[in-house]
Design a binder for this molecule. Structure first.
Ligand SMILES: [Zn+2]
Length: 330
C-alpha cells in the first residue's frame, strides 16, 4: 500500500476558521477538551480547535475545483460544494438509479463519475447499502501541546452604525490564536480502486495516476495557501506553516508522528529506522520503501535529523512526495 502521511505545525493568529453557534449577537469559536501531558501528570484543557469535517470540506472543495479545470469527472453536487454525495435515493442521478440495486456496479459508477467521492468516500443508505471509505484521513486541528500556554480565544467587538437611519448593529466574534497541529493521511493505493472488490480498478490505470496526482497537488494547494476553514472574507488569519514533515511508505503504511512537540520529525525518523530493522530481520522479511521529507521555517528550531530530505517550502514538500509516490506505484 502506497501511503502518504503529513504532520505540520501552523501558526494561525486571529482566526475564526471554525465557528459553531450564535447566541444573540455573540458568535462562538469551536472548542474541544484535550488531555495534555505535563511534568506532574495529565491535565484537561478546553482549547480552540478546527474540526476535521471543516478541513475535509475545504479539501474536497479544492479537489472538485481542480478536477473540473483538469477535465477529471466530478458529479454536479460535489462540483457545487454540496457534499451530500450519493447517500440517498432522492439525490441520485439517472445513471446512478439504474445500478442502485447492484452494490459493486453502483460503487464503480460513482467512482467513475466523481473523483471527490472516489477520494473522499460516500455512504449510500438505500435498500442495498454501499460504503466507500474515504481515502484521506483528517482529524481535529488542535493547539500544539508544547505551545498551549500561548493558545487563546478572545471575543472581538464590532459595530455597524448609520446615524441618519438610527441603525446600530453590534456583534462579537470569537477569534483564536495558537500554534496548531495538523495531520493528513492519504491511502494512495485506494484511489480509483473499489472498496467492494479490493483488487478491482474503478477507473483505468492512467486515470488512477491522474487522480493520485490530483489528490497530492490539492493538499499542497490547500496548505500552501491556507485555503481551509470558514469566515475568511473578514477574518483571514495571519498564518504561517512553521514546519511540516511528509512520509511516503510502501507496502506498510507509516504515519508521521503528530507535531505536538518540536521533536516530531526526530521521533518519526527513529520509528522509520526501527521499522526498517524490524521488517528486515527474522525469517519473515520484506522490503519497506520509506521516504521522509521536511520543510522548516526559521521561526522554530527543530532537532537535527539525519536521513530526511529537506526542501524550501511546503509546495516543494508535496512535489517531492508526489515524485516518490509515482515511483512507488510503478
Ligand atoms: Zn460527487
Amino acid at each position: 500500500m502506497v501511503f502518504l502521511s503529513l504532520s505540520a505545525r501552523i501558526l494561525l493568529n486571529v482566526e475564526a476558521l471554525n465557528m459553531v453557534e450564535s447566541v444573540g449577537n455573540f458568535i462562538r469559536h469551536r472548542r474541544a477538551p484535550i488531555v495534555v501531558p505535563t511534568n506532574t501528570g495529565f491535565i484537561l484543557k478546553y482549547v480552540p480547535v478546527l474540526s476535521g469535517e471543516s478541513l475535509a470540506h475545504a479539501y474536497q472543495e479544492l479537489l472538485a475545483d481542480l478536477a473540473v479545470r483538469l477535465g477529471i469527472k466530478v458529479c454536479d453536487n460535489c462540483r457545487a460544494g454540496y457534499f451530500i454525495k450519493h447517500s440517498d435515493d432522492s439525490v441520485l442521478e439517472d445513471w446512478a438509479k439504474k445500478v442502485k440495486d447492484k452494490p459493486e456496479e453502483f460503487e464503480k459508477a460513482v467512482v467513475q463519475n466523481c473523483v471527490v467521492e472516489d477520494i473522499g468516500g460516500f455512504l449510500y443508505a438505500g435498500a442495498q447499502p454501499v460504503k466507500r471509505t474515504s481515502r484521506f484521513q483528517v482529524g481535529y486541528v488542535v493547539p500544539a501541546y508544547d505551545a498551549l500556554t500561548t493558545a487563546a480565544v478572545e471575543a472581538q467587538f464590532h459595530v455597524r452604525y448609520a446615524k441618519e437611519l438610527k441603525f446600530q448593529s453590534i456583534y462579537n466574534i470569537e477569534v483564536g490564536s495558537a500554534v496548531y497541529v495538523l495531520g493528513f493521511n492519504l491511502d494512495v493505493d485506494g484511489i480509483g480502486i473499489l472498496s467492494s472488490i479490493k483488487t478491482s480498478e474503478g477507473v483505468p490505470k492512467e486515470e488512477r495516476l491522474k487522480r493520485v496526482e490530483l489528490a497530492v497537488k490539492t493538499l499542497g494547494f490547500m496548505l500552501s495557501n491556507s485555503f481551509f476553514g470558514a469566515k475568511r472574507s473578514r477574518f483571514t488569519p495571519a498564518w504561517k506553516v512553521l514546519n511540516a514533515a511528509a512520509v511516503v511508505s510502501h507496502p506498510i503504511p507509516i504515519t508521521a508522528d503528530p507535531a505536538h512537540t518540536k521533536d516530531y520529525v526526530l521521533t518519526t525518523m527513529k520509528k522509520v529506522e526501527s521499522f526498517k530493522k524490524l521488517v528486515s530481520s527474522g525469517t519473515l522479511k520484506f522490503e519497506e520503501d520509506i521516504w521522509v521529507g521536511l520543510y522548516k521555517s526559521k521561526d522554530e528550531t527543530l532537532p537535527e535529523v539525519k536521513g530526511v530530505e529537506e526542501v524550501d517550502n511546503i509546495v516543494m514538500l508535496m512535489d517531492k512526495a508526489l515524485d516518490k509516490i509515482l515511483k512507488m506505484i510503478k
